[in-house]
Write a protein that binds this ligand. Structure first.
Ligand code: NAD
Length: 321
């Protein structure tokens, strides 16, 4: 079994490798070659932790396994550790033997950023110039860094519930040489692409904050009850997702479906656009919305990719297990 520890991931994994892995697995999911197992997520009654498993099997890429981990809210204060902790385990699909154990913390941020980037590549207008960010936390910086590579963006605008956090994304814009401006929510009408990545339980981005032709990637809502955008926005938009079952139960679409504004059949897989079986954006006035809920197969895909890179560079530790 190969081990790739968390500390090695930063030097090994590239945004491009994460993008390619996620794009490929979304396509495999839509083609019926890959599927996610039901997610387990439990409040374990210890350290206020939420712990669970996200797994799946990609028959096309022959990737089988799971990500185990969750959220330990006291880690940072009590132990100086980050609160989100996860590890990916891969198995040989021919034998069931474990094949790799891979640090999953940085990979989670990279695969989540890759998902919105894949949605921008396939759904945003080619001439998109202004990108709007709702959120300025840990994930937001990864999201913006990856998104800026997808179009010739000339300006970043940002809004955050906690404005004091905005320098986190301003720094990323500066590093990419793109000017940054903090705006009020109604200033988002200037954006051609909007990424929303917050832990909110009530909407910030309203339907009237989004101009025709915009692509919106909703990346924060991954649990029942969370919500970042007004449900009416989904009714106005063409809605795409990583996985429909998750989108309508734990993703942004849960609210629009519950309110009867859209139906399950109104939500399409982004993978179908990648495969060319769904036409995706068909006009410059259309609002497209990607509901990125986060699936186990994304984690497995980036973990398999990093194992390959680690083997190539002679960094993976091989243990007899
Ligand atoms: P973080 O704690 O670093 O940042 C949280 C962000 O949410 C900040 O911008 C904060 O200002 C904002 N926020 C907090 N309360 C808010 C409120 N009431 N209204 C509006 N904004 C509010 O967290 P993070 O690591 O950046 O994660 C952000 C979200 O992304 C979380 O909900 C997390 O579960 C989710 N996430 C999703 C995926 C996926 O695959 N879709 C993957 C990883 C994380």
């Amino acid at each position: 079994m190969l081990i790739v520890p968390e500390r090695e991931i930063g030097d090994l994994m590239t945004r491009q490798a994460a993008f390619d892995a996620v794009e490929k697995v979304f396509a495999a999911m839509a083609a019926g070659d890959a599927y996610n197992f039901p997610v387990v997520r439990e409040a374990i009654g210890h350290e206020d932790a939420l712990y669970g498993f996200k797994g799946g099997f990609d028959r096309a890429g022959l990737t089988l396994g799971l990500k185990a981990g969750g959220y330990w809210p006291n880690n940072l204060e009590k132990r100086g550790l980050i609160n989100h902790q996860s590890t990916v385990f891969l198995f040989d699909p021919d034998t069931g033997k474990p094949s790799a154990m891979v640090g999953g913390n940085l990979l989670t941020a990279l695969r989540t950023a890759a998902a919105s980037s894949v949605s921008i590549k396939h759904l945003a207008r080619a001439d998109a110039k202004v990108i709007g960010m709702i959120g300025a936390g840990h994930q937001a910086a990864f999201q913006l860094r990856a998104a800026l590579e997808q179009r010739a963006f000339e300006k970043v605008i940002g809004w955050n519930y906690h404005p004091e956090m905005l320098p986190n994304i301003e720094k990323v814009a500066n590093e990419s040489g793109v000017p940054f401006e903090a705006v009020e929510l109604d200033g988002m009408t200037e954006a051609d692409v909007i990424i929303s990545i917050t832990s909110a339980f009530s909407p910030s981005l309203m339907a009237n904050h989004v101009s025709p032709g915009t692509h919106v990637a909703c990346m924060g809502t991954d649990t029942k009850g969370k919500q970042e955008v007004e449900a009416a926005l989904l009714a106005k938009a063409s809605v795409f997702t990583d996985e429909v079952a998750q989108s309508i139960t734990i993703g942004e679409a849960q609210h629009a479906v519950a309110e009867g504004l859209i139906k399950e059949s109104d939500v399409a897989q982004l993978g179908a656009v990648i495969n060319g079986t769904n036409s995706g954006r068909i006009s410059d006035d259309q609002i497209t919305l990607f509901d990125g809920t986060g699936v186990g197969l994304q984690d497995l895909a980036v973990a398999a990719s990093v194992v390959e890179l680690a083997v190539e560079k002679g960094i993976a530790t091989d243990v007899d297990f």
